[in-house]
Design a protein around this ligand. Structure first.
Ligand code: FAD
Length: 381
């Protein structure tokens, strides 16, 4: 008996891979195993859905039954994978073993939790899937003041969305500016100014270390002894690739599950992509890298071994108060930022000594130059 191709995870990575595979192999048996309900949604909508008044159910793009029918899948929703038996070529799940002919690990990432102390620490929320979003939206009552821990991309998107939905918001970050890893100083200052003008309060150089319950809300304390009140606390510190299952099965892991350009892990017929994977040293938890990886892997699984390449993949930051596009230079790239303040925006270009463009951050009016500038950026891989 031929076993199916088994996909662990029904997020963007798992389902995009199946869509690509189906273009070339309409009939090959595919089983998707996931701890969630297998309904398909676009995760980026989680951080701009509050102002639009959307419930978790309204964010579902394709319900599970329809997905199964469209893609001719066997779905195993609400099924938790407990371990991977590489020698036996099967997943061990809480509903029994699932044998595979090939296995795709697309099991995402975990929100990083700060080591907070205090009686309210366990009640700090984070939003990385539809269920988290439903929990957050249910807890959020009109006018509640929300404290956001982390002024990165996801924290700032939630801050803008919460403001648009009428909530007071304070963003805390240990860095001196928002989007610290993506924006050079003038761009960071411009971004902070625009979001502040929209009503977002920032507390920079402030690391929250303690969250205590305080009546119906919370009292937050920083390392340097300052105190702040909030009705709800949302953590947006970042994500950590989910490598535990792979590591326990003896697969090579580093920051993510280590794969080559064919998305092959260190075990035969086991592949990985998406937020859980590290491709040639790159962990890129965004939609465009996933779509590129899924296209390559779909072909490989259909029998046409295909290496992944990444073009330049600028990320649009979903902050209407300051339209922003970023494409950070590769880690350790030699060069320098050149920042130019233009009417209503900042154009920041990261250039090598020979003048070639290696990265960019385009804010406000400059974000309209996205296509022209992106076309000059080098391929990522
Ligand atoms: C709020 C937010 C906003 C974002 N905005 C953008 C944006 O604007 N642009 C952009 O490019 N990117 C954005 N991203 C990132 C992008 O959404 C992710 O990179 C992408 O959705 C990850 O897809 P994935 O399939 O790798 O992981 P996930 O979607 O996390 O899927 C993981 C799957 O694995 C399953 N799973 C995990 N462990 C187990 C287990 N043990 N057993 C069974 N099943 C398991 C889960 O149920 C899930 O189905 C955003 C992310 C967030 C959180």
């Amino acid at each position: 008996m031929t076993h199916p191709i088994v996909i662990l995870g029904s997020g963007q990575a798992g389902i995009s891979t199946v869509r690509e595979l189906r273009k070339l192999a309409p009939e090959v048996p595919v089983t998707v195993v996931s701890s969630d309900d297998c309904s398909f949604y676009a995760k980026p909508t989680l951080s701009n859905a509050l102002a639009a008044g959307k419930s978790a159910a309204q964010l579902v793009v394709t319900p599970a039954e329809k997905l199964a029918e469209q893609l001719k899948l066997t779905l195993m929703p609400h099924t938790r994978v407990e371990s991977i038996d590489i020698a036996g070529r099967q997943l061990i799940t809480d509903k029994g073993p699932v044998a595979y002919s090939a296995l795709v690990l697309a099991n995402g990432a975990h929100p990083i939790r700060l080591p907070l102390s205090g009686s309210g620490a366990a009640e700090v929320l984070s939003v990385n899937n539809l269920t988290d979003y439903a929990t957050f939206r249910d807890a959020l009552q009109p006018g509640m003041h929300v404290a956001i821990l982390g002024g990165g991309l996801i924290g700032c998107e939630f801050a803008n969305d919460l403001r648009s939905a009428g909530h007071p918001v304070t963003v805390f970050d240990v860095a001196p500016q928002p989007l610290g890893r993506l924006l050079p100083p003038a761009a960071g200052a411009f971004f902070a100014e625009k979001l502040s003008a929209a009503g977002v309060k920032f507390e920079f150089a402030t690391g929250i270390t303690q969250v205590d319950k305080d009546g119906a809300g919370y009292l937050l304390a920083s390392a340097d002894g300052k105190q702040f009140r909030a009705d709800l606390v949302l953590s947006a510190i970042g994500l950590k690739p989910a490598i535990e299952l792979a590591a326990a099965a003896g697969l090579k892991t580093n920051r993510g599950i280590v794969v080559d350009r064919h998305l092959r892990t260190s075990a035969a017929d086991v592949y990985a992509l998406g937020d859980c994977a590290e491709v040639e040293g790159l962990v890129l938890p965004f939609v465009l890298p996933i779509m590129n990886a899924a296209r390559a892997l779909g072909k490989t699984l259909a029998g046409e071994a295909t290496a992944l390449s990444y073009p330049a993949m600028p990320v649009v930051v979903k902050t209407p108060a300051c339209p922003t596009v970023v494409s950070p230079p590769a880690m350790g790239a030699a060069g320098a930022w050149v920042e130019e303040t233009i009417e209503g925006g900042v154009r920041a270009l990261f250039k090598a000594a020979d003048g070639s463009l290696l990265g960019c951050a385009l804010l406000g009016e400059a974000s309209k130059e996205r296509q022209a500038i992106a076309s000059q950026l080098p391929a990522v891989l």
